[in-house]
Structures are given as structure tokens and as C-alpha cells.
Write a protein that binds this ligand. Structure first.
Ligand code: ADP
Ligand code: MG
Length: 718
């Protein structure tokens, strides 16, 4: 295909290092790098945080308390004094214009510098937030632009300095040693010179329909808004220029996802048949009936499995909604069709538990499951791998170990990834490549707000189990502060005396944190000796050997241990229905989704359950909000939404790990509506352009490849 030379040159200009920008010398370079800027393109997308209105000077009499103002003043008086109340020195300068006067104050200063800068009679433009104390207005630590002494009309001078006055100015994110003034001096020529090089291949039709401006124009306006702009709209990030950038960013993201989805539809996978050879017997021996929701999603899964395209389905269901049994049913369908199934879980404890569940039912059906663990001895491992490769095993359960190179299947028909949010997109694709387009079922208990699931899992179809198995009682969640800890112990005691079991969890965000680990182990000792000497207590943490962990988990599962003191290794998936109390120490140190997952370890049987949150002594306001959300609701969706709100999307799932792209402009909370529109346009465009194969779509295709780099492996495009 012919390639347009001028586009190539334009784009390669953008990938030039920022060191090549005019005005960026060896002193400035490390500062810009510290801001994460490597290329000219990065710098173009380093957008203002907010704006400052310097279109006009406000007369001193009209300065409004609470707002950022720009005004002219002549020094009437200046000097140092000591406040009686604060007993500290301040430097004060009184300035005036024709309309009135106001005082400027410094609390940290170098006196000689200020004396020299603002002597009596000096004229300056001052910028700062106006504060009001009683009837007195003042400005603390203003920014100062000194004017030449002979100036009669300050406004005239300002118009001669368009980089700093007479317009709406951008306020950039800075780093130490970089001032707003310097930043403007770099970004003004940069944007002027390079913005036009940013390719903007969005079809005219879409620009028009969505009321967008071309990217180059949008970039120029976001950095340097026109004087007619509304400051309010700008500050809210809702101006047309920013919307255009956001749309552009979402469009190419969704375009990639749409192509992946289309690519999957083009692939040829297994067309399974429903033989009922194992599924029917299983449903007869299961001790419960599937819920309506379970049956509905199973129907969706069956449809996918029977179709000739490979399944790519996300199964979302709150903790305890019964995803495992659905996965088991799907597994049996694959096995009935003489293929193998791989089940991958994020932790050894969960993998081991899944193995038990699957193995128990598979054995009854005369089928064979194996557990693949990183900690297996070499000979056992070799033997297991051979059995898998020879097709002697029907179902393989394991952690990341399953994804490693030496693991080869005879014929992989279905891959199941549990707690998908703990894995990246990469792992999903690794598992997929263990076979020839096997069906993929990925499961998550982290309910993902719609905006996020569209970006994260846009290439997957989604099934939701929105119903818990019958007979579940609500979990009583309480916050116990300081001295109320005794009450929490009392609840644990009463529950255990009725034959139930309890978890006590300590935060150990990094398993390598020795002090945390020691705290958890010490606390367990204290519990054993002083608080619950009458009960049997086990300890579980990530540093233990696999066999030790298994042994402790087994005794707890069998009821030999009444209390399990644990770090967060039990966070996901663990299922011991007789456990009815979850006590969480330093609950303020956990994130909301983690707390929700932890709480999900109880309330799994028919008995009333408790979640007892014990915050540290000095917990933050955000932590307080998180704990309150936990007390207020058990609804995973509401919790996820609150979480997204408190934390912001970047942090929500651990961006990188989850494969969520970092947005340069877009904000998932603020821009949800634009995301929906961009998604619709992108999916339409993929269909209309026949997967970007039409001649008109080639510039879009090229830009897409540029944006996605090597991350389009599923999309049959490259
Ligand atoms: P999760 O969706 O969190 O992975 P699990 O699959 O571990 O949940 O199921 C939680 C518990 O509910 C398990 O003990 C499971 O046996 C039980 N369970 C699943 N489905 C049903 C059902 N339809 N009726 C009753 N209990 C069920
Ligand atoms: Mg589970």
C-alpha cells in the first residue's frame, strides 16, 4: 500500500526527544523527564491542570475574597512586624490603586530581597488569592510582576507581555525547579510549532456528528484558550477542545477493542455439542439447585461454546454468588467433547481449594483432575506434565504455573481464569495460546462500573450473576473503635461457642514487609495466650511453605481450628461456609474492594454472619469513608462505585496490572458519556470499514497501530 511520506515525517517529529525542543537545555531536561515527558508528543499532551484568568486587571476595591485575582498596585508602605497572636515575624506591604488599598503579607521570606523588590512607590502587578479577615482583605505570598517606574497605564505594559498577561493562562502540573512562567515559555512555542503535526484521521462525518474539532486545533486551544472562552467551562474540563481530545483518546481505545472482538469472531474455534454425559449426572448429585441467575449465565456460556467462534466471556458475580459451579458445568461440556480444561487462580490457596472442589465432583464422574503447583518436586512435576501432554488428565488447576512454558496440553478446549482482575490481559492471552483458539471464561467478583468494564473488558462478552444462592442472611458489619475491641472479641467468643469459626485478618500489603509480618504473628501469639486460650488458633501467611499453608487451611476447613489468624492471603475465593465472623485489624489500611472480598469469606452458609472492622488509632478521612461504605452496604456494585469515586479510576484496579491504559486526557468518571459515544462510533466504524480494510480507513488504521503499539495481538491486524 502506498504510504504518504509527509505523514511519516510529521509523526516522526512527534517522537523526537524533548531535548530537541527549542529552549530546553541541559538544566531543564531532567526536570521535564521527571514529569514523565520523553518526547515532543508527550509534552503536547502535558495539559494544563487549571487556568488563570489574566484577561484584565481588577480594581483593588472590587477584589473578591476567596478568588484568585490579578491587580495593579503601587507600594504605599512596607515593613516587618511581629504578630502578637502568632508570635512570629511577618513582612507586610500595603499597595494601592485609584480605587483603594490592600495589604500583602509574607510569613516566610528573605527580608533584603523583599525590601529591594518592593520599595516605596514601586509599581507592580500582583496575583494571588484574596483573603478576608473581618473587614480586612489581604493577599498572602502573591506572585509579583514588577513594572518599570515610568509606566503610567499598567494595562499597556501587560499587553506587551502576552505570554504572561492579557489572556487566560494555562496552569501546568509542575515539578521542583520549574515555575509556571518557565513552563509557559516552553509550552507556548512548543504548541505553536508542533500541534499541527498531530495526526487527526477521525472521519469528517464523525467529527461533525459529535461536534468535535480537529486534534491539532483542540490541542492549541486546551493549552491556550481563546479570550472568549468561559473560564468556568474550562475549569470543569467540559470545553469543546478538551472534549475533542477525550473523544479521540476513547475512540482509538474502543476501536482497538472492537477490532479484537471482530478478530475473535473471525477465528475458528471449537463447536462443542451438548452431550449431557457428565453435566446431567452432576446436576443430579449436586446438593442444591442452581439459581435462576446461574442457569441464565450457563445458557449464555453454552451458546458460546456451541458456536464455531471461540468464546471470550467475562463472568461477573459478587462474592459468594456461585461462579465456581458454573465454571464446573462449562468444564464438563468441554470434557464431554474430549478436550481438556485449564483453571487458573491467582493464589496457591485458591488453586488448592478449586482443585478440591473440581476433583471431588470429577472423581464421582470418573474423570481426572490434577493440581499443578510451583512448589512441586521436579519428578512429580515432570510426571504430571507428561500426563497433561498425553491427554490422560481432563482438568488442570493451578496458579501462574499453568501458564509457564513447559506446560503443554494434548487438546485444550476451555480456559478458565478465576479472579481475573488479579491477572493482566497478557496472562489471559498466554492461556489462550496454550491451545488452538480454546474457549475462554474469565471470572471476577470485583463488580466493575460500566465505564470501566467497557475499557477493561471491551473485547469480552459479559454475563452477570446478579443473585445470591437462597438462604443467605445479611452480614452484620460494625466498626469497633479503640476500647470497643472487647465487644468484637465477645462476638467471636459467642459464635465459636455455638460451633462456628472466625477469621482474624491483618494487613500485609507487601508480603515482604517484615514488620507487618511480625505484627501479625505477635498478635496471633497474644490471642492464643491472653484472649482466647480456650480455642484452637491457626496462623496463615504468605511466607509459609505450601505444605504448611495447605495443612493449616485444611484444619480450618475441617473445623479443627476455630480461629484462623491470617494475612490477606485468604482475601480471594476461600470458601468455608461454617466461618461466620470476619474480624479485620487495621481495617483502615485496606482498600474497599479488598474489604468487600474479605467480608465475602463469611456469610456463605445459612447462618448469620459478622464483619468486625477495627481501624487503627489515627485513620484518615478517606479511610473513614471507606469503612462507612462497608457498614452501609453489602452491594458489590455500590461498593465498587464508591471505591471508584474515593480513589479515582487510575488507582481503582491497579492500572498496569489490569491492562487498563493510562489515559492522557480522559477521566473515566467525568467523561463517561463521551466514552459511550466513542464506543458506539468505533464499533460502527469497524463494521462499516470491514475491519479497517477499506481504502478510506487506512489513515485510521495507521494511527490505531501507532497508539496501540504491539497490543493488538487478538485482532488479526498488524
Ligand atoms: P464465588 O462466586 O464467590 O466464587 P463460590 O462459587 O465459591 O462463590 O460459591 C459460594 C458458595 O455457595 C459455595 O459454598 C457453593 O457451594 C455455594 N453455592 C453455589 N451455588 C449455589 C446454589 N445454587 N445454591 C446453594 N449454594 C450454592
Ligand atoms: Mg470464587
Amino acid at each position: 500500500m502506498p504510504i504518504n511520506n509527509s505523514t511519516i515525517n510529521q509523526q516522526s517529529l512527534l517522537t523526537q526527544p524533548i531535548g530537541s525542543i527549542h529552549g530546553v537545555g541541559p538544566k531543564m531536561l531532567p526536570k521535564l523527564k521527571k514529569l514523565g515527558l520523553q518526547t515532543i508528543e508527550d509534552a503536547l499532551y502535558h495539559l494544563p491542570l487549571r487556568y488563570e484568568d489574566r484577561r484584565r486587571l481588577t480594581p483593588i476595591s472590587r477584589l473578591r475574597p476567596g478568588s484568585q485575582e490579578v491587580f495593579f498596585g503601587r507600594v504605599l508602605a512596607a515593613g516587618e512586624s511581629t504578630t502578637t497572636r502568632l508570635r512570629r515575624k511577618i513582612y507586610e506591604v500595603v499597595v494601592a490603586d485609584d480605587s483603594g488599598q490592600i495589604s500583602l503579607k509574607w510569613f516566610r521570606y528573605r527580608k533584603p530581597w523583599l525590601q529591594k523588590l518592593l520599595p516605596l512607590g514601586k509599581q507592580a502587578v500582583l496575583i494571588g488569592e484574596v483573603k478576608q479577615f473581618g473587614s480586612v482583605r489581604e493577599v498572602h505570598h502573591p506572585d509579583i510582576e514588577i513594572l518599570p517606574d515610568n509606566v503610567s497605564d499598567p494595562l499597556q505594559v501587560l499587553l506587551k507581555d502576552p505570554l504572561n498577561f492579557g489572556r487566560i493562562l494555562p496552569v501546568y502540573p509542575l515539578t521542583e525547579g520549574l515555575s509556571q512562567k518557565q513552563a509557559r515559555k516552553i509550552w507556548f512555542p512548543l504548541v505553536t510549532q508542533y500541534a499541527d503535526n498531530v495526526a487527526s484521521p477521525l472521519p469528517e462525518e464523525i467529527l461533525h456528528r459529535q461536534n468535535l474539532m480537529p486534534i491539532s486545533k483542540a490541542l492549541r486551544q486546551v493549552h491556550w484558550p481563546g479570550n472568549q472562552s468561559s473560564l468556568h467551562t474550562l475549569e470543569q474540563g467540559r470545553d469543546q477542545a478538551r472534549n475533542s481530545l477525550v473523544f479521540d483518546e476513547f475512540f482509538f481505545l474502543e476501536l482497538g477493542l472492537a477490532l479484537k472482538r471482530a478478530g475473535v469472531q473471525l477465528e475458528k474455534g471449537f463447536s462443542f455439542k451438548l452431550e449431557h454425559r457428565y453435566t446431567l449426572p452432576l446436576s443430579k448429585i449436586l446438593p442444591f439447585k442452581l439459581t435462576d441467575a446461574q442457569r441464565r449465565v450457563l445458557g449464555e456460556i453454552k451458546q458460546d461454546m456451541c458456536s464455531p467462534q471461540p468464546m471470550h466471556r467475562l463472568l461477573q458475580g459478587d462474592v459468594g454468588s456461585g461462579k465456581t459451579i458454573v465454571a464446573l458445568m462449562a468444564a464438563l461440556i468441554a470434557i464431554e467433547n474430549h478436550t481438556q480444561v485449564a483453571v487458573v487462580a491467582p493464589t496457591e490457596i485458591l488453586a488448592e481449594q478449586h482443585f478440591r472442589t473440581f476433583d471431588r465432583w470429577l472423581q464421582k464422574l470418573g474423570l481426572k483432575a490434577v493440581l499443578l503447583q510451583g512448589s512441586m518436586s521436579a519428578p512429580v512435576k515432570r510426571e504430571t506434565l507428561q500426563q497433561i501432554a498425553a491427554g490422560e488428565v481432563d482438568l488442570i488447576v493451578g496458579t501462574h504455573a499453568v501458564l509457564q512454558e513447559g506446560v503443554e496440553f494434548n487438546l485444550l478446549g476451555l480456559g478458565v481464569v478465576d479472579e481475573q482482575h488479579r491477572f493482566g490481559v497478557k496472562q489471559r492471552s498466554l492461556l489462550k495460546h496454550k491451545g488452538a483458539n480454546p474457549d475462554m471464561l474469565v471470572m471476577t467478583a470485583t463488580p466493575i462500573p460500566r465505564t470501566l468494564s467497557m475499557t477493561l473488558y471491551g473485547d469480552l462478552s459479559v454475563s452477570v450473576i446478579d443473585q445470591l444462592p437462597p438462604g443467605r442472611k445479611p452480614i452484620t458489619t460494625k466498626k469497633h473503635i479503640g476500647a470497643q475491641r472487647g465487644k468484637a472479641y465477645q462476638i467471636i467468643k459467642e459464635e465459636i461457642e455455638q460451633g462456628r469459626q472466625a477469621y482474624i485478618v491483618y494487613p500485609l500489603i507487601e508480603e515482604s514487609e517484615k514488620s507487618d509480618l511480625k505484627a501479625a504473628i505477635d498478635a496471633a501469639e497474644q490471642l492464643k495466650k491472653e484472649i482466647f486460650p480456650q480455642f484452637s488458633i491457626g496462623v496463615l501467611h504468605g511466607r509459609m511453605k505450601t505444605e504448611e499453608k495447605d495443612a493449616v487451611m485444611n484444619s480450618f476447613r475441617e473445623g479443627d481450628l476455630q480461629v484462623l489468624v491470617s494475612t490477606t492471603v485468604i482475601e480471594v475465593g476461600v470458601d468455608v461456609p461454617n466461618a461466620t465472623v470476619m474480624m479485620i485489624e487495621h481495617a483502615d489500611r485496606f482498600g474497599l474492594s479488598q474489604l468487600h472480598q474479605l467480608r465475602g469469606r463469611v456469610g456463605r452458609g445459612a447462618d448469620k454472619s459478622y464483619c468486625l472492622l477495627i481501624p487503627s488509632d489515627n485513620y484518615s478521612e478517606d479511610a473513614g469513608r471507606r469503612l462507612q461504605v462497608m457498614v452501609d452496604t453489602e452491594d458489590g456494585f455500590r461498593i465498587a462505585e464508591a471505591d471508584l469515586e474515593i480513589r479515582g479510576p487510575g488507582d481503582f484496579l491497579g492500572t498496569r496490572q489490569a491492562g487498563l491504559p493510562d489515559f492522557r486526557v480522559a477521566n473515566l468518571l467525568r467523561d463517561a458519556r463521551i466514552l459511550e459515544q466513542a464506543r458506539q462510533e468505533a464499533f460502527n466504524y469497524v463494521a462499516q470499514s470491514k475491519q479497517l480494510t477499506t481504502p478510506e480507513s487506512q489513515s485510521v488504521r495507521k494511527e490505531l497501530l501507532h497508539r496501540w503499539g504491539g497490543r493488538l495481538e487478538l485482532a488479526n491486524i498488524g
